[in-house]
Ligand binder design. Structure first.
Ligand code: SAM
Length: 303
């Protein structure tokens, strides 16, 4: 299974300022974007690649071997980015959020509703336990998770069906979860309902939105003036967090309009480079359907 990186030319164009120094790929995955960044950058460009999944890192290590000591790979969470950049600032930080094709295709990891597998959904060894959650959580809490992280309108009925499924014994595989969801999903909307519920459980298990919220201010802090932040997200929950962060950081004074002079002292810290998100063209989507929902946003650190 090959993972085809999304919007590669656009990532290189927005991330690389022509300056030498360190660039961070916080979701190095199979190293597709990292390879393009290193190839575009020349000898003075070093890359720190982070991923929470050791299997992904092993593949990236092979793929990036030819770049020698220009590459450092670290297993960890991008939310702890400051710990992974030992000293100094960097010229650019990049995230390509979500799952790789390899993770989705590995049925033993339980990310896909299309194949039977264990209820795992952990991106790395330190991440959550969906089986434990589904077998112990209250119906109300489960409905909230499905609503908040899956934006699923029928969250209450689905949570009731999943909790009801427990009366037949501990829920242990993705097919029992799928059967419970299918009992209450409308026939014409079954696949997208499954997709939303699996997405919700995965986001919960891996603390994905909190990781992104912690990452953004830390990444901005690490960038040199003129350095770039580039992010690709694949659903509106992530994209909204990025968009709001950029908006807040590009604003100066936030004092009420009736203040005679500024008391907050807030300075703009970012210049947004993508007024609207950059999305893949039709050709890329037809070659790589996973690209369909990708949205890239980029910004530059001000002094
Ligand atoms: C879409 S893939 C990246 C693919 C990569 N750009 C490439 O070209 O091969 C997303 C990767 O991010 C990793 N990931 C997701 N959330 C993470 C987090 N909070 N910290 C570190 N890695 C994370 C996943 O394990 C996965 O390997």
């Amino acid at each position: 299974m090959i993972h085809t990186p999304v919007l590669v030319d656009e990532v290189v164009r927005f991330l690389m300022t022509g300056r030498e120094g360190k660039y961070i790929d916080g979701t190095v995955g199979m190293g597709g974007h990292a390879e393009a960044i290193l190839s575009a950058g020349g000898k003075g460009v070093q890359l720190v690649g982070i991923d929470r999944d050791p299997k992904a890192l092993a593949i990236a290590a092979d793929r990036l071997e030819r770049f020698g000591d220009r590459v450092t790979l670290v297993r960890g969470n991008f939310s702890e980015i400051s710990d992974h950049l030992s000293g100094g600032k960097c010229e650019g930080v990049f995230l390509d959020l979500g799952l790789s094709s390899l993770q989705i295709a590995d049925r033993d990891r339980g990310f896909s509703y299309l194949a039977d597998g264990p209820l795992d959904m952990a991106m790395g060894p330190d991440d959550g336990d969906v089986e434990q959650l589904l077998n112990t959580v209250s119906e109300g809490e489960l409905a909230d998770i499905i609503y908040q992280y899956g934006e699923e309108r029928r969250s209450r009925a689905i949570a009731r069906a999943i909790v009801g499924e427990r009366s037949g014994g501990r829920i242990e595989g993705t097919s029992r979860l799928r059967a419970a969801i299918e009992r209450v999903a409308p026939a014409k909307d079954t696949i997208s309902t499954l997709a939303r519920v699996f997405q919700a459980l995965r986001i919960w298990a891996n603390g994905e939105l909190d990781a992104l919220r912690t990452f953004l201010p830390a990444a901005l802090e690490l960038c040199s003036p003129g350095g770039r932040l580039v992010l690709i997200s694949y659903h509106s929950l992530e994209d909204r967090i990025v968009k709001r962060f950029f908006k807040t950081e590009e604003k100066g004074c936030i004092c009420p309009p009736d203040f005679p002079e500024c008391a907050c002292g807030k300075q703009p810290r970012l210049r947004v480079l993508t007024r609207r998100p950059v999305v893949p063209g039709e050709e890329e989507i037809s070659d790589n359907p996973r690209a369909r929902s990708a949205r890239l946003r980029a910004a530059e650190r001000l002094a």
